[in-house]
Design a protein around this ligand. Structure first.
Ligand SMILES: C[S@@+](CC[C@H](N)C(=O)[O-])C[C@H]1O[C@@H](n2cnc3c(N)ncnc32)[C@H](O)[C@@H]1O
Length: 257
């Protein structure tokens, strides 16, 4: 697991009552890093199951107390009322029908158990950069490459939980800050290495092509090159600084029936 995961909000372990959780299910677990974190905070005899539709992202391995399974969130291969905690992070925002997945999560939770979700609101992202146009460019890229994802899902999660029949619903918001080019904010998540915007366009080419004419794609590439040029110059002179933050909604509900 990375030394600092900005998507593990302060107070999460208490909010999820992890200490007393013995059976944990992490749906859409991706690399498995978050599942590993959850297990590390639970009771020593706890076990966790991480499920994901894809195995490509997986970084950790199954072990005695951590089982990683390929499965769809809409049809979890787990007995009803098995888990003390059923959780997902950045999953529901990607699904065409998040209510189906939440219904499954509720089914798998024990009576009295918790269901929880951590979902961002990227539409409320705010930031600052010394490179004019940098943040607007990144936002444009995000909007163009996130077809099928609900970028403003975070705050909708509370209503979704209410409609699912969960009770004692509580939520809080954490706003992780990402900074670039400066060490002045020791508590912020620091960009590991400077991004090259030209590289980002290449990375997202398949997603971008259906939305853009060739001339628009070329204009985007030119914009990326120009931003890279200014940014690299500013990084060399020590002038560069940027910071951005988005709200991450953390919601939990209890299953009573
Ligand atoms: C943004 S990643 C989040 C991964 C992990 N939860 C985290 O926060 O680090 C979203 C994950 O959801 C998975 N996913 C998307 N649709 C899914 C589905 N229908 N059932 C299960 N997993 C799904 C993707 O494969 C991906 O690993």
């Amino acid at each position: 697991m990375s030394d600092f995961d900005q998507l593990i909000p302060p107070g999460l372990a208490d909010f999820l009552d992890l200490e007393s959780a013995r059976r944990i299910v992490d749906v859409g677990c991706g690399t498995g890093d978050f599942t590993t974190y959850l297990l590390s905070q639970a009771s020593p005899t706890a076990i966790a199951i991480g499920l994901d539709i894809s195995t490509e992202l997986r970084r950790v391995r199954s072990s005695e107390d951590l089982w990683l399974i390929r499965a769809a969130a809409e049809k979890l291969p787990i007995h009803s009322e098995w888990a003390d905690l059923v959780i997902c992070r950045r999953l529901l925002m990607n699904l065409p029908e998040p209510t189906l997945a939440l219904g499954e999560m509720k089914r798998v939770a024990k009576r009295g158990g918790l269901v929880a979700a951590l979902e961002p609101d990227f539409l409320a992202e705010r930031g600052y950069s010394t490179v004019p146009g940098e943040l607007a460019f990144l936002r444009k890229l995000l909007l163009l490459t996130s077809e099928g994802n609900d970028l403003g899902f975070g705050p909708k999660c509370v209503e979704l939980f209410k409609h699912s029949g969960l009770v004692e619903i509580e939520a809080y918001v954490h706003s992780p800050v990402t900074i670039g080019g400066s060490d002045r904010f020791p508590t912020a998540h620091r960009e590991r290495k400077p991004r090259r915007f030209e590289g980002l366009i290449a990375e997202w080419r398949t997603e971008l092509e259906p939305h853009l004419e060739l001339s628009e794609l070329q204009a985007l590439e030119n914009e990326a090159c120009e931003l890279d040029r200014v940014r690299v110059r500013q990084l060399q002179t020590g002038e560069y600084a940027s910071a951005s933050s988005f709200p991450l909604w953390i919601v939990r509900g209890r299953k009573l029936d």
